[in-house]
Design a protein around this ligand. Sequence first.
Ligand code: NAG
Ligand code: NAG
Length: 278
Amino acid sequence: MFPTSLVGAAILFSILSHDLAVAKVVVTSDIPCRPFHEIYPSGKELCEKMWDGSFVYETNRSRAYTMWFFDKDNPNDEVTQNLGLSPPALCHLRYLHKDTPGPEPDTFAECHPWKKRSCCTEVTVNSVQKLKESYGPEWHWDRCGPLSPACERFFIQEACFYECEPNAGLFRKYPDSDYNASDPSHNQWQMSGMPIWSDYCDAWHRACRNDQFCAHDDGNFFSCAAIYEEVQTMDGGTVVGIVFGCLVIVALIGFLGFLVFRERTGQPVFKPLEQQAS
Ligand SMILES: *[C@@H]1O[C@H](CO)[C@@H](O)[C@H](O)[C@H]1NC(C)=O
Ligand SMILES: *[C@@H]1O[C@H](CO)[C@@H](O)[C@H](O)[C@H]1NC(C)=O
């Protein structure tokens, strides 16, 4: 009897672990999705809110960076000079970045503007898929369904800009002067307050107008990524609880069956006291 209940438990467990995978899918599609134009009133909110303060909307072109360019030389170097700074000799951001900016080989195509001098290596940015998947499933920009090519193009540009643009390293949220490696709230990957050309933000807003995006916390992509993790772990815990509960029930049923079986075959497990003594 007991081995039978073990088999039952194993079957139940496999069914429930399959359910766990299904639950994940449900959770992902459970995020509040709305069209861009309902989430962000304009390009300003898109650039500032979506990236949790990493960027600010700047209308003065000579003080504003662009996330993409066709010029032979990177126009963002001049912006840095206009801000009274120098283009950095090191890649200060730390995610997949190189230590120092430098040239990339002829096969470097997806993030081509930075081919001459980049903080990214070709292997980390060689396809749209790679750029989208570098940061984990919670950061996929198409969590509310596939984006139109026009809209997705801006997310690809932003990803290239973040990984490849040396000047982005000047806007670390915790610059080297403040960064404390033993403080868990500090990191070397986050940006803050980098001025982005307003026309660029407005174009992004036009391109994505009717596409769907995560509307949680007024469209803050960082908060949206955070709830993805929260929901997932909570969900995993619940399922583990259910599985454990079911195992206990199956074991009890098995044990009861065993008792009945012994009783029927005339060998009860629990005999009256007088019978046991004789
Ligand atoms: C734009 O920024 C430049 C560089 O900082 C400055 O010299 C210029 O006065 C600014 N223009 C306006 C209209 O504010
Ligand atoms: C760095 O962070 C740790 C942990 O939060 C803290 O104990 C320490 O005082 C900090 N050091 C400085 C220089 O702020």
